[in-house]
Design a protein around this ligand. Structure first.
Ligand code: ADP
Length: 365
């Protein structure tokens, strides 16, 4: 089975998985479907259960309930070394006394492959990660990024059907992280291997992954493409964890077929176009992203919700400027692209924030 090529893409599935350490419930009713060849991220804050779920798929953890399936086969009771999964750890776990090639070859020798096959696969894996020239070095003669690639090569060399990555970039400095995440995405696409990637960094998840499961407190909050999560967060947690968001509390008072009347205790009434998934009545929150807010000295259009306020902070971010605006509904954030001709504003100035109805999303609270 180990000799099957990595392009034999498989689906990974978790069904009703629950896991507790003593009284601490770490994973609750996890249902997940990772499609063949997908680059799939588990994203969530520290302690949300991401690594526990990854280790469960690898076979290092045992769940109290539920099952794990690879390619439709229930592998819940199969030990890690018979699961055809490869895992790259945050720490890389390289042997310091072995050369790069020996580190990569180690797992292959354990699988009792012929000497020629070990050599061939070792070289191929090192070439793939761009370290063909470094085979004779020891890990301490490599940079952090190179060590990370050795760890990746070692895992790829065993040609697993599933690649599991546990915060593989978190030991690298900011610049290298960005470069490596790009390389990782290219490599994954080249290999086509089903990949599950654990990260607490939303930007990393959004830039690398085909789809993402957002986790909090052992529960999957939402699964979607980066765009779906960003544009249509299922709940407040996802809205706040993926990107920056503004929230306006209020309620839906009445509605017609085409519109709903939103009532904010701070801002008054505002008519919204109805959308299919909008709650009918009761308390809701209106959500909008900072770049959806126009900053003006006075309202300049009536398609939008206009919120008066005082600009209190201005942060120059290069591509954009971020304003903090104190309003009756609390502090709101507005981003404007830094383009010539765009008006700028200074702290202390009275402004209006305009948000087009199409940019507002309604969430039930
Ligand atoms: P994440 O990867 O999202 O940071 P983890 O899966 O590592 O989260 O941990 C989830 C929760 O499970 C945490 O509260 C952690 O303290 C707890 N936990 C993890 N491993 C163990 C263990 N071996 N024994 C007891 N508690 C654990």
């Amino acid at each position: 089975m180990q000799n099957e090529p990595a392009h034999n893409k498989v689906r990974v599935e978790a069904r009703g998985v629950a896991l507790a350490y003593g009284k601490t419930q770490v994973l609750r009713d996890i249902n997940l479907m990772v499609e063949p060849g997908e680059f799939f991220a588990l994203l969530g804050p520290s302690g949300s259960g991401k690594s526990t779920l990854l280790r469960l798929i690898a076979g290092f953890n045992i769940a109290q309930a539920g099952s794990i399936l690879i390619d439709g086969r229930d592998i819940t009771a199969v030990p890690p070394w018979q699961r055809d999964v490869g895992m790259v750890f945050q720490s890389y776990a390289l042997w310091p006394h072995m050369t790069v090639a020996q580190n990569v070859a180690f797992g292959l020798e354990e699988r009792r492959l012929s000497r020629d096959e070990v050599k061939r696969r070792t070289q191929a894996a090192l070439d793939l990660v761009g370290l063909g020239e470094f085979a004779a070095r020891r890990p301490n003669q490599l940079s952090g990024g190179q060590q990370q690639r050795v760890a990746l090569a070692r895992t790829i060399a065993i040609e697993p059907k599933v690649l599991l990555l546990d915060e593989p970039l978190s030991n690298l400095d900011a610049r290298l992280r960005v470069r490596m995440r790009h390389e990782l995405t290219l490599l994954q696409k080249k290999l086509g291997i089903t990949t599950i990637f654990v990260t607490h960094d939303q930007e990393e998840a959004l830039t690398t992954s085909d789809r993402i499961a957002v986790m909090d407190q052992g529960v999957i909050q939402q699964v979607g493409t980066p765009t779906q999560l960003y544009d249509s967060p299922a709940n407040r947690f996802v809205a706040e964890f993926v990107g920056t968001i503004n929230l306006l509390a209020g309620s839906i008072e009445s509605e017609t077929a085409a519109t709903a009347m939103f009532m904010s205790p701070d801002l008054g009434r505002f008519s919204l176009p109805r959308s299919g998934d909008m709650p009918e009545h009761g308390p809701v929150q209106l959500l909008f992203r900072p770049h959806a807010a126009r900053v003006r000295t006075a309202p300049d259009g009536d398609d939008a919700l206009w919120i008066p306020g005082t600009l209190v902070t201005r942060e120059f971010l290069g591509e954009s400027v971020r304003y903090g605006v104190e309003t009756r509904a609390g502090m709101l954030i507005a981003d404007r692209p830094h383009l010539s001709g765009e008006p700028d504003y200074a702290p202390g100035q009275a402004v209006h924030l305009g948000i087009s109805a199409s940019q507002l999303r309604v969430l039930k609270t």
